[in-house]
Write a protein that binds this ligand. Sequence first.
Ligand code: GLN
Length: 516
Amino acid sequence: MKLIVITGGVLSGLGKGVASASIGHLLAQDYTLAPIKCDGYLNVDPGTMNPVEHGEVFVLDDGTEVDMDFGHYERFMKVSCSKKQSITMGRIYDEVRKKERKGDYLGKTVQLIPHVTDTIKEYVRCAGEGADITLLEIGGTVGDLENELFVEASRQLAREIGRKNTLFVHLAYVPKPGCVGEHKTKPTQQSVQLLLQRGITPDIIITRSEEPVSDSLKEKIRLFTGAQLVVSGHDLADVYDIPRNFHEQGVLDYVNEHLSLTANYDNRWQTLLEKAQNSSKTVRIGIAGKYTALEDSYASVVEALKHAAAHNNVRLEVVWVDTTNGTAQDLEGVDGVIVPGGFGARGIEGKIDIIRHCRERSVPYLGICYGMQLAVVEFARNVCGLAGAHSTEVDPKTIHPVVDILPEQLEVTEKGGTMRLGAWEATLTEGIVSELYGSQTVSERHRHRYEINPAYHDTLTEHGLVLSGMHGKLAEFIELPEHPFFVATQAHPELKSTLDTPAPLFMGLVAAASKR
Ligand code: GLN
């Protein structure tokens, strides 16, 4: 087993997930990776957690709801993750308590060490099985009470598999206070002290800062901490540029040497990014979702747009469109529009207005999940003449429930279990969607409760809406043939988009938008 453990220090929210993913990316060309995220909270999974508190809920093929770090892992490391790679303390405790109730501990006193740490190690080994390298990211910062057992378990793992097979990376903040005017390394030194107290010497330290940290400061940190390599992880304009920055400071060479690997650097991203950056054309895409106040909730949508822009050789400008107080004027100068996924009634009529505007004025439109449901509501009302048509999510008493919960879904009652989650296949009929995918069956990830009501399929199609992708009686994709680009899907294709393989519908939207 080869293990890379990534811990954080000083502050959380420094981008440890992206840093982990970037290290993984450097190795992913030649090795298979199993990224694992350990989170100290007691929720069994983040599916029921408020996205405003936690950023986007990312969904895996197997339907597991995880945090947005998995988005970085999958986008950077050419992997498709599964449930076992998300280890929350809630899940670990659940397991230990079940074992205790079954009598598996044979009357022993059940303790944090060894029983909880053993369970963590077991989960890590199991999640890493079959991969060349296990990449273990521990949430929060070293010293957090709730993450102590993950840190201890990783120390034990290193002892078991050997220090030569384990690489510890520590990411810590290096501030540059205005009153001092220079980078200060003390917080980093202190957070490494915490790590040392726990029996872990970091091999690599990544300093997080706005501006590059000088070589002399890097050397100073090396001296004070015992780390072999100190890397400046300063802010960059584009996250996809981080692997290059790491590589230029010797990360790959050091990892290769320490873990006895022979991974090669792949500069494909660099070339792609440079091409897009040098492009003279900018495409402005409006995302109708400003009211959420947290753009992180749509992280994958923005990433998918970046991927599509890079492959279309254009620069991307994202415009957040207000749907609560906004007007169609906010769409002026916007080349294409996305109504992304969402829940509840807030800003709904504004979104429906935006969709109408796109449909009537030939503005390229991509509807994602809620954005498809609302496109159907708009079409039902304004084209099919079904006044008062709505989704029962917003108006449970609507006379035309064109979007509704199907009876099958009502039967599932366990919390977090009422949604259609994870990968579902759709069969496509000839049209824009199938042309973009270049295939007749596609699989995309889902996270929703409501469906286009099959009782209205005929009315919708008679009026010109094409249901261009189906899963049985469930509508998965819709399109308007006469429009330059009016496509929507019940799925979340943004979740599988990467810079190497951009999501086809996003490619379609950006291509149509750049023709305007
Ligand atoms: N609120 C809608 C539903 O539950 C759409 C969900 C979404 O956009 N992810 O079906």
